[in-house]
Design a protein around this ligand. Structure first.
Ligand SMILES: [Zn+2]
Length: 564
C-alpha cells in the first residue's frame, strides 16, 4: 500500500478532549476520528487493527466450537418484556419506535435475542450443548462517554451464549470459553489479569473478568501474592476481630450540635473513624432499609444490593430519612426503635464502645455495644476491601490496581431460559430447562487497551499480531531513477508475501520517520542514501534501536526474522 494514496492523517497536536494515552495516540496516528461524543469512525489504518483483533477472536471462538451468528442490532421490546428486562435495563438502553408505534431496543446485549433464536431450534438433548456467538455493534447510552473508544455509546462486542443440559455441562462450556479468552488476549499481545467478579445470584467462582491493569481503568482490583484476585465489587477481606480489650462503658446520649459527618465526629470525639457506626438509609426496591458499617469504611452498594436481594437500590431522599429516624440526615443509628430492616456489616459487632447517631437532631450515643444496645440480626459483607486489607484466603495484605475490563465470562444459570420458557427433552423424554452462560469481549476497548500497554514517547508499538501492516517502508529517493529503485524494493517485499505500508510521499526523512514511529508498525525498512550508494537497505524494529543492514537479496529473510 502506498501512503500517498492511503489515508493516514497523522497529527502533531494532541486533541484537547483526549486525556488518556490510547485516545491521544489513536487520534494522532490517524486510526480514528470523533463523530460526536462517544462515537468514533475507524479510518482505514484503525479498521485494519480492529479487523485483526476480530480475526483472532473469531479463530479462537471457532476453535472452541462456538457457532457464529449475525443478529439484528435492533431488538424487539417484546423479547425484553418477556425476560422482564424492559423495565429494569434503565436509561442506558436506547429505545426507539417504528412508524406503527412498535417499540425496539438498540441492543446493549443479546441474551434475549439469542435465547429466542435458540429456543426455536433446539428440541432435545441431542441438540445440546451449543455455544453461539456474534461480533456486532452494541449500544449504550453512557452518561459520560470518555477515554475515546474505552467508554463509548457504540462499540463492537463479541458476545457468546452457551446452552447446556445441566450444571456439569455448563462448567465445561464455561471452561472452554475461559481457555479461549486466555488465548485471545495472549495472541493480541495483551497482558490481562483474570479476576473474580460479582456473580449476582449465582454465587461461587462463576464469573471472571479479564482486566488490563491501567491508570485509566475505572475498576479497582484487589490482588494478593497467593493468587487471590477479585474486582472490588466482589472482593472479600478478612476482618480484624473485636476492637481491643477495653471494658464496656455505659451508653450515654451526648449533644453534638452540627456534628454530622464522620470527619466532624472524629474531630469532636477525638477517636478513630472505626469507632463510629455509620448508618445510612437506602430505598431497596422502593422500601427503606438501614445499612450500618464502621465509619472508616465505604458501603459497597453492589454487595448491599445482593445482601438484600434487591433489584434497585438508591440513597433515600432526606424526607424518607426524616420520616424513618425522626431526625435530619446525619443522626441516624441502630439504637432505639428503628422500624425498618437493618443490615450490619461483618465488622459492626466487633466495635467496642462505639458512637452512633441517636435518631434525634444534634444528638449521638457513645459507649454503644452490640448485643446490649442493639441486636445484629442481619449481618453481611457490605463494605469494600481496600489497599492493605487482609486477603480472605491467606491473610496477607492485598494491593489495589486499577483496571480496564476487556472480557467477562459469566454463568448465567436459568434466568433467561426460565423466563423465556426454553425447554428440551432429555434422554428419558422428560422436559428440562437448559442452563446458560454468557461471554463477552469488548473489541474496540481491547484495541485501546493494547495501545495502553504498547507505546513509548514517540508513538504506538503494535504487537505484530494486530499491527495494521507488517512493514513500514520509508522511501527516500528524489530523482526518478532513485524512486524507481525504491519501487523495486517495495515490489520485492510485496512479492515476498509481506504486508507493506510504503511511504512514497515527498517529505523529509525526519517527517517520515516520526510518522513511522507514531503509527507503530513493528518493522521499518528504509531505502535511501546507503542503498543508492552502497546497496544497503536499513531494517529496524519499532521497539529496538539497532539498525540492521541488508543487501537486496537477503531483505525478505531479514525482515521476516525482525518481525519475530
Ligand atoms: Zn492471599
Amino acid at each position: 500500500m502506498k501512503l500517498s494514496r492511503y489515508m493516514v492523517p497523522t497529527l502533531k497536536e494532541v486533541p484537547s478532549d483526549a486525556v488518556v494515552t490510547s485516545h491521544r495516540l489513536m487520534i494522532r496516528a490517524g486510526l480514528i476520528r470523533k463523530e460526536s461524543a462517544g462515537m468514533y469512525a475507524y479510518l482505514p489504518l484503525g479498521f485494519r487493527v480492529l479487523r485483526k483483533i476480530m480475526d483472532i477472536v473469531r479463530e479462537e471462538m471457532d476453535r472452541a466450537g462456538a457457532l457464529e451468528f449475525l443478529m439484528p442490532e435492533m431488538t424487539s421490546a417484546d423479547l425484553w418484556k418477556e425476560s422482564g428486562r424492559w423495565d429494569t435495563m434503565g436509561p442506558e438502553m436506547f429505545r426507539i419506535k417504528d412508524r406503527n408505534g412498535q417499540e425496539y431496543a438498540l441492543a446493549p446485549t443479546h441474551e434475549e435475542a439469542m435465547t429466542n433464536v435458540v429456543r426455536q431450534i433446539v428440541a432435545s438433548y441431542r441438540d445440546l450443548p451449543v455455544t453461539v456467538y456474534q461480533m456486532n455493534t452494541k449500544f449504550r447510552d453512557e452518561i459520560r462517554p470518555r477515554f475515546g473508544v474505552i467508554r463509548s455509546k457504540e462499540f463492537i462486542m463479541k458476545d457468546a451464549y452457551s446452552f447446556d443440559m445441566n450444571e456439569k455441562g455448563l462448567e465445561e462450556s464455561y471452561q472452554a470459553m475461559r481457555k479461549a479468552y486466555r488465548r485471545i488476549f495472549e495472541r493480541c499481545g495483551l497482558e490481562t489479569i483474570p479476576v473474580e467478579a460479582d456473580t449476582g445470584s449465582m454465587g461461587g467462582s462463576n464469573s471472571e473478568e479479564f482486566m488490563v491493569a491501567s491508570e485509566v481503568g475505572e475498576e479497582y482490583l484487589l490482588l494478593c501474592g497467593c493468587g487471590y484476585r477479585a474486582n472490588q465489587e466482589k472482593a472479600e477481606y478478612r476482618r480484624t476481630g473485636r476492637q481491643g480489650n477495653e471494658p464496656q462503658a455505659d451508653i450515654k446520649k451526648v449533644p453534638t450540635p452540627d456534628v454530622k459527618t464522620i470527619d466532624d465526629l472524629v474531630a469532636f470525639f477525638k477517636c478513630g473513624a472505626d469507632k463510629f457506626l455509620k448508618s445510612i438509609i437506602y430505598l431497596a426496591d422502593g422500601k427503606p432499609v438501614m445499612a450500618v458499617v464502621t465509619g472508616d469504611r465505604e458501603i459497597n452498594e453492589l454487595k448491599l444490593k445482593r445482601a438484600l436481594g434487591a433489584t434497585d437500590l438508591e440513597l433515600a431522599p432526606d424526607t424518607v430519612v426524616m420520616d424513618v429516624t425522626k431526625a435530619p440526615v446525619g443522626f441516624a443509628g441502630p439504637v432505639s426503635d428503628i422500624k425498618i430492616p437493618v443490615v450490619y456489616d461483618l465488622s459492626v459487632a466487633d466495635v467496642v464502645n462505639g458512637i452512633t447517631g441517636a435518631n434525634e437532631k444534634d444528638m449521638h450515643f457513645t459507649g454503644v455495644n452490640s448485643g446490649r444496645d442493639f441486636t445484629v440480626k442481619n449481618e453481611a459483607d457490605i463494605t469494600s476491601a481496600v489497599e492493605g486489607d487482609m486477603c480472605p484466603k491467606c491473610g496477607a495484605a492485598m494491593s489495589v490496581k486499577k483496571g480496564i475490563e476487556v472480557g467477562h465470562i459469566f454463568k448465567l444459570g436459568y434466568k433467561y431460559t426460565k423466563s423465556m420458557n426454553v425447554t428440551v427433552l432429555d434422554e428419558k423424554g422428560k422436559t428440562v430447562t437448559p442452563i446458560m452462560g454468557c461471554y463477552g469481549i469488548g473489541v474496540n476497548r481491547t484495541m485501546a487497551a493494547i495501545v495502553e500497554q504498547h507505546y513509548d514517547e514517540r508513538g504506538i508499538m503494535w504487537p505484530r499480531s494486530v499491527a495494521p501492516f507488517d512493514v513500514h517502508m520509508v522511501g527516500l529517493g528524489k530523482s526518478p531513477e532513485e524512486i524507481a529503485r525504491v519501487e523495486e524494493i517495495y515490489d520485492l517485499l510485496v512479492e515476498g508475501g509481506i504486508d507493506v505500508l510504503y511511504d512514497d510521499r515527498q517529505a523529509s526523512p525526519g517527517f517520515k520517520f516520526a510518522d513511522a514511529d507514531l503509527i507503530g508498525i513493528p518493522v521499518r525498512v528504509t531505502v535511501g542514501k546507503t542503498y543508492f550508494s552502497g546497496g544497503e537497505i536499513e531494517v529496524k524494529s519499532r521497539g529496538g534501536s539497532e539498525i540492521l543492514k541488508s543487501a537486496k537479496e537477503n531483505l525478505v529473510k531479514l525482515v521476516r526474522e525482525t518481525m519475530k
